[in-house]
Design a protein around this ligand. Sequence first.
Ligand code: THU
Length: 134
Amino acid sequence: MDFDREELVKMAQEAKEKSYSPYSGFRVGAALVCEDGSIYTGCNIENAAYSPCVCAERVAVFKAVSVGNKKIKAIAIASDKDGYISPCGVCRQVLSEFADSQNFTVLMSRSDTDYIEKKLFELLPYTFSKDDIK
Ligand code: THU
């Protein structure tokens, strides 16, 4: 099943509005589409103790996985910065756990309609995966 890229980017922008980021002031939103077409959004959620801060991308992935949806297909990411927002290394690793990284699409946006599209393997080559610990 394919998905509407611009719609997913728009949902990530909307999810950003829910960001809880009083410490960094850096709002991030994400919209994740699964193989079955269902969509889960997320925003970054910060904490006074700093280390429990969670990125928007991981919130979206954990929402999907926590209701039993482990087949993820693409994610759109949005922030307020002028340039394109790209996922941090930890989120790339978390995405790789549930994605087919050759085919998983990452949309890094900078506005409702302007985005860069990459496959996950391009952002995280030589991934450490479950195959490595067999
Ligand atoms: N953040 C995300 O939510 N996603 C990213 O891809 C990069 C960083 C959040 C974490 C933290 O709340 C804030 O942005 C500043 O790093």
